[in-house]
Write a protein that binds this ligand. Sequence first.
Ligand SMILES: [Zn+2]
Length: 260
Amino acid sequence: MRKNAAAEPLQLGLPFGQHSPPGVAGTHRHIQIHGAWLRYRLSRRRRRTIGLMIDEGDLAVTAPHHVSIGEIERVIAQKAGWIASRLEAWRARPRLVAQWRDGGELPFLGDTLRLRLDAGARSVQCTDTKLLVLPLPATATAERLRDTACAWLQAEAVKVFTAAVERFAIRLGHRPRRIVLSSARTLWGSCTHDGVIRLHWRLVHFSPAIIDYVVAHEMAHLKVLDHSTRFWQTLEELLPGFAEPRAALKQWHPASLDAV
Ligand SMILES: [Zn+2]
């Protein structure tokens, strides 16, 4: 939180809306702070204090039944700096977006491919200029684009994961019995006691550093199945500096990529 009061109105002008209507709209209320409108959602609970949180880009306020709107809005105004920085962080959050149309974007290996529909193409081709040519007519539906591109992504995932497994197998001296592509709801990867490694195919959207982290993590389980100190030491030997890609991956959840 910033302490410089003079700079505050300017910062607040950024994340708060300028044109929101005042008053109550549905479950939302609006409060004017330093000339900018801030929308918030109020719910009353049996509790002692006023709670503020950022929920899906909205300020959510929970307050005890007896506290007046005036008191609630005084607390919001006091916390305006904190709210502004949290809203900014939410707006700047990483997002994966695929656009299922000719010229649309597709995240791939931490980079962005541009989709190109070409009814004359014989198969899916990825060019040096980061174009992903799909053998589909211009009239193809978004669903067909998605199915075609995702089939290609899954085939690429197999290649990328296999190459990473090979690299780590040499360093580790262990090799999985089998690699399986997964689309698990909650796990990026897993390793069974009998040496089967499952890797979520949607990791292929992410940078090679993140993919390496997940692959190295599951490979380290071939040696140490639990998450003991020995496991993390094994992983550090296999992939020095793994903390950074690990932290980067924490911002994502497999289920949240279903819409991509
Ligand atoms: Zn693990």
